[in-house]
Ligand binder design. Structure first.
Ligand code: S3P
Length: 184
């Protein structure tokens, strides 16, 4: 199979608190690739924080911005080079985003952790998350999203590991994909 694009893109998926950003930075550092955090891309484009967008425009508007920002990261001409991207916790839940990632032959990696650990990490990391304000909603979203997350190409258990250890595991997965794909 010939790839439609000549660069490699790794997308980190997972619930809020999964460690997508910290792991993504560590992985980008190891591979010498560029790193993007999708929430940061949206905030830069809109000139507002994610929390402000949710408050002023609502979640549906945020999801549209999120899909648009994702598309920019899938286009070689707009963001050239090999990339590591940390998605938001809800990005991969939208079927159109999953389709776009699949069509772009992206490498998708799910970072897994149990619910109580995700809750703990969200409380610690200080990021303002509109969907983590109510414990019940947080727990419900975790259940609702698990089926969508199953579509990821790879899964990595993050419990008890630091960002660099997780990055080492993903680096091995990515290098194996690159070897196989390049041979085709
Ligand atoms: C969201 C997760 C957030 C951010 C927004 C919505 C979600 O990103 O995109 O608050 O729907 O789970 P993190 O997963 O990086 O916290």
């Amino acid at each position: 199979m010939t790839r439609a694009v000549s660069t490699w893109r790794v997308f980190l998926i997972g619930f809020m608190g999964a460690g997508k950003t910290t792991t993504g930075k560590a992985l980008a550092h190891r591979l010498g690739w560029k790193f993007y955090d999708l929430d940061d891309v949206i905030e830069d484009r809109e000139g507002k924080s994610v929390a402000q967008i949710f408050a002023s425009s609502g979640e549906a508007a945020f999801r549209r911005m999120e899909s648009a920002a994702l598309r920019t990261l899938l286009q070689d001409v707009v963001t050239p080079g090999n990339l590591i991207v940390a998605l938001g916790g809800g990005t991969f839940v939208q079927p159109e985003n999953r389709d776009a990632l699949e069509q772009a032959d992206a490498i998708t990696v799910l970072l897994e952790a149990p619910l109580n650990e995700l809750r703990r990490r969200c409380e610690l990391d200080g990021k303002k998350r509109p969907l983590a304000q109510q414990a019940e909603k947080f727990d419900r979203l975790f259940e609702e999203r698990s089926a969508a997350y199953e579509h990821a190409r790879f899964k990595v258990d993050t419990l008890g590991k630091d960002a660099n250890e997780i990055a080492v595991e993903i680096e091995q997965l990515v290098k194996a994909v690159l070897k196989v794909e390049v041979r085709k």
